[in-house]
Design a protein around this ligand. Structure first.
Ligand SMILES: *[C@@H]1O[C@H](CO)[C@@H](O)[C@H](O)[C@H]1NC(C)=O
Ligand SMILES: *[C@@H]1O[C@H](CO)[C@@H](O)[C@H](O)[C@H]1NC(C)=O
Ligand SMILES: *[C@@H]1O[C@H](CO)[C@@H](O)[C@H](O)[C@H]1NC(C)=O
Ligand SMILES: *[C@@H]1O[C@H](CO)[C@@H](O)[C@H](O)[C@H]1NC(C)=O
Ligand SMILES: *[C@@H]1O[C@H](CO)[C@@H](O)[C@H](O)[C@H]1NC(C)=O
Ligand SMILES: *[C@@H]1O[C@H](CO)[C@@H](O)[C@H](O)[C@H]1NC(C)=O
Length: 376
């Protein structure tokens, strides 16, 4: 297997170099004339490294000029591409990477893997991107995990050779403990790529205890998850703590007098209850609804997470929202700093209220400034 991988890697390298060689006509120019930036230097890949990461997922909102570009270091264009965003990010020294997925059924095909890797490298070159973020989350048994690690290794190798200073990262579950039946070789993945983004949210994807609304990323679970990665021997410098700027909004079947919200029982990958019935909500929405909530901001100290209840137009219906705000995020940034992690990140960066009104601007600025807890 090892020598086979080497041969494959060599093939990828040859082909990737071929693609990257301007003399061969694959210079990265798009057919309509190459670099889309008004300043051609903004089509260059960012070479700064290493640095503390602030890793942001962009899911398509048009407000991106209002992000705090002094704090972001990498932006993932999740399921989409925008050349103007690429130019703008590069003008601010921020890396822009694409998002990669690959089907589970094809993992054992060396030919499919290498074709995919080459296509991804080629696309990055054509679109002047700084790398790729791999977001593969399907169930997998330990016995097959090496195939996924191989894919990540091949991707990282091809990118690093073809695009100097490029970045290849992987999104991992909140804990390495076979979450959602994702029994991957997390240590192997972290070793072969630049770093992993720990998705410290959707931590209620599998609920085995009471079927109730809970924090999206409870502090105690989040810390235990990161410790799990560290215990595997992954250096802290390979870990970015990904936090959700979106919250979760549950319909309560009933609410107890101490505000425990019972939810609909929807199984997920072997667990009897899950967060599937929850609606994902932006921070902007959550702050607006908080104003007319029935409880005001409540706080669960074990989870270090705020929550509140609100009423809807449906008669008798109560909903419960769990989210993170400056207070709860600051605690998590402090933890990331104390654990010497590579960085922090947010899913998604679009979540804040970028309306240019004084109230919204204050709230949004405070969310960005909280990141300094980690950076300084
Ligand atoms: C996966 O395999 C199927 C069936 O052979 C093929 O049609 C498809 O193109 C492959 N996809 C990738 C990404 O390799
Ligand atoms: C994992 O292995 C079990 C038992 O062999 C099998 O039933 C299951 O389908 C496998 N899951 C995946 C995702 O391959
Ligand atoms: C977090 O705290 C809750 C509530 O006390 C507890 O039920 C849960 O087991 C704790 N989780 C971890 C990972 O410590
Ligand atoms: C953003 O803030 C403005 C001003 O406070 C408000 O009118 C608007 O509804 C907010 N957006 C969302 C999505 O809540
Ligand atoms: C947090 O909520 C859980 C239920 O999800 C509860 O068991 C625990 O006591 C709460 N902790 C605090 C400090 O309120
Ligand atoms: C915005 O923040 C500033 C300084 O913290 C404060 O003086 C001002 O009242 C705030 N404005 C609004 C609309 O909340």
């Amino acid at each position: 297997m090892a020598s086979f991988s080497l041969v494959l890697a060599a093939l990828i390298v040859c082909f990737a170099v071929f693609l990257a060689d301007p003399g061969l006509g694959f210079s990265g120019s798009t057919e309509d004339g190459g670099c889309p930036c008004s300043d051609p230097s903004h089509c260059k890949v960012i070479s700064t490294q290493p640095r503390k990461e602030v890793f942001a997922f962009w899911v398509g909102s048009t407000t991106w000029k209002h992000y705090d570009w002094t704090r972001i270091t990498t932006i993932v264009m999740f399921h989409r591409h925008n050349p103007q965003l690429m130019c703008y990010a590069h003008s601010k020294g921020v890396r822009v990477v694409s998002m990669g997925i690959f089907p589970a059924a094809n993992l054992s095909s060396v030919a499919d893997r290498s074709a995919w890797v080459m296509a991804e490298v080629n696309e990055a070159i054509e679109q002047y991107l700084d790398g790729i973020n791999i977001d593969i989350e399907y169930p997998m048994n330990k016995s097959e995990a090496h195939l996924l690690t191989n894919l990540v290794a091949e991707t990282a190798h091809a990118f690093h050779i073809s695009i100097p200073n490029s970045q290849v990262t992987y999104d991992v579950a909140w804990s390495p403990d076979c979450i959602d039946e994702r029994c991957y070789d997390y240590k192997g993945i972290a070793e072969v790529c630049d770093f992993v983004f720990i998705m410290a949210y959707s931590e209620q994807s599998q609920i085995y205890g009471p079927c109730i609304a809970m924090a999206n990323g409870p502090y105690n679970k989040t810390v235990r998850g990161v410790q799990g990665y560290l215990k595997l021997g992954i250096p802290p410098d390979k870990l970015v703590l990904g936090l959700s700027w979106d919250g979760v909004d549950y319909v309560c079947q009933k609410v107890s007098k101490d505000n425990v919200c019972s939810i609909e029982r929807v199984p997920f990958r072997g667990a009897p209850c899950s967060d599937i019935p929850a609606k994902e909500r932006t921070f902007a929405f959550i702050m607006t609804k908080l104003v007319d909530s029935t409880t005001g901001r409540l706080y669960n100290a074990t989870y270090a997470s705020p929550y509140y209840n609100y009423k809807t137009n449906v008669p008798g219906q109560i909903r419960q929202v769990w989210y993170d705000d400056v207070g709860s995020l600051t605690l998590r940034y402090e933890y990331a700093k104390s654990a010497n992690l590579r960085g922090v990140g947010m899913w998604p960066v679009d979540s804040l209220n970028y309306t240019q009104t004084p109230a919204a601007e204050n709230q949004t600025r405070a969310m960005w400034e909280a990141i300094d807890t980690f950076l300084k």
